[in-house]
Design a binder for this molecule. Structure first.
Ligand code: AMP
Length: 302
């Protein structure tokens, strides 16, 4: 009945103009799960890690109420590793290394108590795994959100298209929307992508906010202008976790509800970018989150 969250649980090495963080914890399911845990206490993670993974982070996930029964541990193997570098324009980044390691032959097995989850976040990882998880669901979920990135478009476009044909909401960034659709205009790209399956498309534009497309409606959510974006890694996953987490909490998946959800997702992402890794997402207060959402309201109220 909870929120099933699939994605990488990883180690990252990150370089930004503010400094370098080596072998810090990251991964789509870690960021998204932590973010969602501020909205629901039923976050069921599906992922794979090596014997090298960090016990304190697994403990943190448990202490935030996440269920880790769906995380396979492969002793003697290495966890997924990603290295990236950001320049002054933090909207663009170079991926320096992607080592799939345990992810290369990951065969997810859904614990029985996950298989009737109503909300599904297919976070960033192999499209084969995203499809495999959908195949194991025993009842039709209320909402399936998929997040992905250019890496999978480059090496597994066909399988990704198959996954996308089976979901309700796709979240990708502007460059990925262009790559997926072959259209430069985001409005035209949204039209093309929604014909591929998802009724709703969210295009993330980094510090320029996010666009929500559904039928003939468009909603724009700004990003909070921050004096300093310290490290954008995980912002997209944190956004997706906050977005779907809010929808789980409200139980309402209408367009109106998604408008608020996109603001909550943006608020969670604005915390994520303030420090390296998951540092800022470890223990937020409800009041801090609500105050941040209020800042978004103030930003566009006139
Ligand atoms: P984001 O900045 O939201 O795109 O997410 C960055 C996180 O995604 C990092 O913590 C990485 O470990 C993880 N990541 C990077 N590349 C991939 C990939 N190809 N598949 C899954 N996760 C990835």
């Amino acid at each position: 009945m909870g929120l099933l969250t699939v994605g990488t649980v990883a180690f990252d090495t990150i370089e930004t103009p503010n400094g370098k963080a080596e072998n810090v914890v990251g991964g789509a399911a870690l960021y998204a799960g932590l973010s969602a845990s501020y909205f629901t206490n039923e976050v069921n993670i599906v992922s794979v890690i090596g014997g090298d993974y960090d016990d304190d982070t697994l403990e943190l996930m448990k202490s935030r109420g996440m269920n880790l029964d769906g995380i396979q541990v492969k002793p003697g193997e290495k966890s997924f590793f990603w290295a990236g570098k950001y320049h002054d324009n933090m909207n663009a980044r170079d991926t320096l290394t992607t080592e799939l390691n345990v992810l290369a032959d990951f065969d997810p097995v859904l614990p029985p108590h996950y298989s009737d989850d109503e909300y599904i976040l297919l976070g960033n990882l192999t499209p084969d795994v995203q499809i495999n998880v959908l195949d194991q669901l025993t009842s039709k979920p209320k909402l399936v959100v998929l997040d992905t990135m250019n890496f999978w478009m480059d090496i597994a476009m066909e399988r990704l298209r198959e996954a996308i044909s089976r979901i309700d909401v796709l979240t990708i960034n502007d460059e990925e929307a262009r790559q997926l659709s072959g259209e430069y205009s985001l409005v035209k790209a949204a039209e093309v992508i929604r014909k591929m399956g998802p009724k709703t498309l969210i295009v993330k534009k980094g510090e320029h906010g996010a666009l929500l497309f559904q039928d003939n409606q468009i909603f724009f959510a700004p990003a909070l202008p921050l004096a300093e974006v310290f490290d954008p890694t995980g912002a997209g996953d944190t956004f997706a976790g906050g977005f779907i987490g809010y929808l789980v909490r409200s139980g309402d998946t209408s367009f109106e509800s998604m408008k608020t959800a996109i603001i909550y997702g943006s608020a969670m992402a604005s915390f994520c970018v303030e420090r390296f890794s998951i540092e800022r997402l470890k223990n937020l207060e409800t009041e801090e989150i609500e105050n941040r959402v209020q800042k978004f309201r103030d930003l566009v109220k006139f």
